[in-house]
Design a protein around this ligand. Structure first.
Ligand code: SD4
Length: 331
């Protein structure tokens, strides 16, 4: 059986690429890297790679991790000049005795390994940042996808509890905003030899503080693989998954015999008790168990993901619908 899952609507194409690689007999590790590379170069995906949304100071900074079925893992954080950070993470895993390189050190390593430099900021991302920076009280202003109208995004102001109100800006005030503004791509896969692997790649939260690193490059928070039991990946407000070690929690629950969907719920329950949890925060979790059973779950509605297997064409699912449980039961 071959199988791949990718986070979010924007994961549909990376999941197609990952699944195609699996279909050609590539290893799960190669396949998740291929999927990650695809979205790192996809300029329509504004939370990953080139085209990502900048931090408070106007810099796009990337985080990534990768892990295989034998527990080998690599990660990079705060990378400013290289696009294919999941591949650099893999190189850290394969060529160094370390797991994570950050900032200038990660870039020096990438340069020495022959990765090409890349200008990560695009005109579109820069324009959004310039608008954001004009907002009064901008540190409390976030970006949401617009559900209607000519603009792709709207700004929302967030109060103490995380309640959001659309910012009244250039006649955009009346527009609806979608809950979801995340696109971090987490991919987990199983290859034809039953090997599991995962990758996570992101530009992190839009307008994050300069220097902020999220869960995606943290092994155990954004990604965890134990080839004997399961592969899990997380997306959403990274601080929540970092405090709860969510990806590890999911795999550990599976190791203890808990069913995939319940393993995700246990990890989400843990997040529900986090005193820092606010209304505007989302978490999405996905898992593949070593026998090929899989599940995905969001803390709130709106978490979509793509799944493909040899019996199922690449399809976008809503993680909140009951179909997920049905799928697990059918396997
Ligand atoms: C982060 N978890 O840096 C990432 C953001 C994310 O979809 O998943 N966005 O916190």
């Amino acid at each position: 059986m071959i199988l791949s899952l990718s986070t979010w609507k924007h994961g549909f194409e990376p999941n197609r690429v990952t699944f195609e690689s699996l279909s050609k007999g590539k290893s799960a590790l190669d396949a998740v890297e291929d999927g990650a590379k695809y979205c790192e170069s996809d300029l329509t995906c504004m939370s990953v790679g080139r085209g990502g949304i900048p931090d408070t100071e106007g810099f796009v900074t990337l985080d990534a991790s990768i892990m295989d079925h034998e527990g080998n893992c690599g990660a990079v954080a705060f990378v400013r000049n290289y696009e294919h950070v999941a591949s650099i993470a893999r190189r850290v895993m394969e060529k160094t005795p370390h797991i994570m390189l950050a900032g200038d050190g990660a870039e020096l390593f990438a340069e020495r390994e022959g990765f090409p430099k890349s200008e990560l900021i695009t005109a579109k991302a820069k324009a959004l940042w310039e608008e954001w920076r004009k907002q009064p009280d901008k540190l409390h202003v976030r970006l949401r996808r617009a559900q209607e109208g000519e603009h792709e995004y709207v700004f929302v102001k967030v109060d103490e509890e995380g309640k959001e109100a659309v910012v009244d800006r250039n006649s955009l005030a009346a527009r609806q905003s979608g809950m979801e503004s995340h696109d971090t791509i987490g991919i987990i896969a199983m290859d034809d030899r039953g090997r599991l692997a995962g990758a996570c790649t992101t530009s992190g939260l839009a307008f994050k503080l300069h220097g902020r690193v999220g869960d995606s490059p943290i092994i155990g928070a954004g990604l965890y693989v134990d080839g004997k039991y399961a592969a899990a990946v997380a997306t959403g407000t990274g601080e929540l998954m970092m405090r709860a070690c969510s990806a590890f929690h999911v795999v550990e629950s599976i190791r203890q015999g808990i069913e995939p969907i319940d393993a995700l719920e246990h990890a989400l329950d843990r997040i529900r008790t986090d005193r820092h949890l606010k209304d505007d925060m989302q978490v999405g979790l996905m898992v593949i168990r070593a026998d090929g059973a899989w599940a995905a779950r969001g803390l709130r509605s709106g978490f979509q993901y793509a799944a493909a297997s040899d019996t199922r064409a690449n399809t976008l699912y809503d993680a909140e619908t009951a179909i997920v449980r049905d799928v697990v039961q059918q396997l």
